[in-house]
Design a protein around this ligand. Structure first.
Ligand code: NAD
Length: 455
């Protein structure tokens, strides 16, 4: 067994050899990653089911297809992205060749979370490979079956000289972080992100932080309430609410609440039946510890459980639950819920809703459900969030043309598609100059006394 240091040194040597630089190498590795996903679909689905009872449809959509789509997009655009960008020149640089060249950073570390355990390490890897880096993947130890599968499959399909998987929990990762990397790409909680930043500071390593937080969903004014109920329920209870971009809470007026609740109830029954515990389409909470945390929050909440509330510890099951009469000070509003519990808070006006959102950390995603485009525009223009989507939830992150990432406490940096390629690239400013125009240079040489540059 190689030590962490030996693996990093091996990858560093490969990087320094220049093997990852040619476009052909990068494309071949991206295609190998496509093969990995396509040839092992059943094994992947089984692992995700073991970890999270993830319904196959959700697993294909959010774990496999997300990466496959990004791979296709990246493979077809990489030749263009790798081209240098020539920039505008002025009189003094007229004869020079001035361009921005994308160069790989070196050996990068990708640390993933457990809720989308495959996608959260392989999607950043697409960007890292495309940009010509070597990479070490550190999947979450909590989603153990997927962690194990990744550690078997990655060396089978990708160059072992350039890419590696390391397993283990917090202690192992802390030790790993003592080493120097050229970039750290971290997905996970805000709490651990602070440790990542501290470790990165020692080596002045640049970081991308893909974090979470509380994503608001404002339901306001006239709208198709049945459709709103379905879209809200789908986005909230997909993966049993364990999505960083799940609507964390709803804001609406008391009048809207009266119309929204029956629509949510109807959508829940249509999706999961009257006994959601029996539905194969509802995932489970990842561990007993996470289940207890959610149940404790629910028990401490001073709100009223309007829908759901049932649970089963053995099964790590929590019914899709809607809580009303929730106050700002409620336990459900103190941290990201990250489970199938949806608090609804009432506001009296659009202004109050905007102030409510702006008085908290900038969220990873912000959702507005309304027929009125002016309402949507007003919220868009008077708030800040990592991503924004009107009249739906989660779906904005599936388009590789849009950057995915947070702002403020919800994260720094972004990826998906070209944004991932850029994250793992250094933009090197290049000026290739010859020996011409020396007479102009005279203007900037000392003695300066008589120089007149005219600016
Ligand atoms: P976590 O921070 O506990 O763990 C994430 C990773 O960090 C794991 O691989 C873990 O092994 C490692 N880790 C844990 N403790 C560590 C330590 N002390 N030092 C170094 N590494 C350590 O997060 P989680 O519980 O796996 O994920 C849940 C959080 O992630 C939620 O807040 C969620 O919103 C967020 N999330 C964000 C995104 C995104 O793309 N923005 C995606 C998924 C999850």
């Amino acid at each position: 067994m190689e030590t962490q240091e030996q693996v990093i040194n091996r990858l560093r040597k490969s990087f320094q050899s220049g093997v990852t630089l040619p476009m052909e190498f990068r494309l071949a590795q991206l295609e190998a990653l496509q093969d990995l996903l396509q040839e092992n679909e059943q094994q992947i689905l089984d692992a995700l089911h073991k970890d999270l009872a993830k319904p196959s449809f959700e697993a294909v959509l959010s774990e496999i297809d997300m990466v496959v789509n990004d791979l296709c997009y990246t493979i077809s655009n990489l030749p263009k992205w790798m081209q240098p960008d020539h920039v505008a020149k002025n009189l003094a640089t007229k004869l020079d060749d001035c361009f921005v060249r994308r160069e790989p950073l070196g050996v990068v570390l990708i640390i993933g979370a457990w809720n989308y355990p495959l996608q959260l390490v392989l999607l950043p890897l697409v960007g890292a490979i495309a940009a010509g880096n070597c990479a070490i993947l550190k999947p979450s130890e909590i989603s153990q079956a997927t962690e194990q599968l990744l550690s078997e499959l990655v060396p089978k399909y990708l160059s072992q000289a350039c890419y590696a998987v390391t397993c283990g929990g917090a202690e192992n990762t802390k030790k790993l972080l003592e080493n120097r990397f050229d970039h750290i790409f971290y997905t996970g909680s805000q709490r651990v992100a602070r440790n990542i930043l501290q470790a990165a500071a020692v080596h002045l390593t640049p970081v991308t932080l893909e974090l979470g937080g509380k994503c608001p969903c404002l339901v306001y004014g006239q709208l198709d309430m049945r459709a709103a109920g379905r879209r809200l329920v789908w986005a909230k209870f997909f993966n049993a609410g364990q999505s960083c971009v799940a609507p964390d809470y709803v804001l609406c007026t008391p009048q809207t609440l009266k119309e929204l609740l029956p629509a949510v109830q109807e959508a829940l029954e249509a999706f999961y039946g009257v006994q959601p515990e029996k539905s194969p389409d509802l995932g489970r909470i990842v561990t007993d510890r996470h289940w207890s945390r959610l149940m404790e929050m629910l028990a401490k909440s001073e709100g009223k459980v309007e829908i759901g509330g049932e649970s089963n510890r053995e099964e790590k099951y929590i019914a899709p639950t809607v809580v009303v009469n929730v106050k700002d000070s409620d336990v459900l509003m103190q941290e990201e819920i990250f489970g199938p519990i949806l608090p609804i808070l009432t506001i009296e006006s659009l202004e109050e809703a905007i102030n409510f959102i702006n008085n908290r950390d900038k969220p990873l995603a912000l959702y507005v459900f309304s027929d009125d485009t002016q309402t949507v525009t007003t919220v868009l223009e008077s708030t800040s969030s990592g991503g924004f989507c009107s009249n739906d939830g989660i779906v904005h992150m599936c388009l590789p043309g849009l950057p995915f990432g947070g702002v403020g406490a919800s994260g720094m940096g972004s990826y998906h598609g070209r944004w991932g390629f850029e994250t793992f690239s250094h933009r090197r400013a290049c000026m290739l100059r010859g020996w011409g125009l020396e007479r102009i240079n005279v203007l900037r040489y000392p003695p300066y006394k008589d120089s007149n540059l005219g600016w």
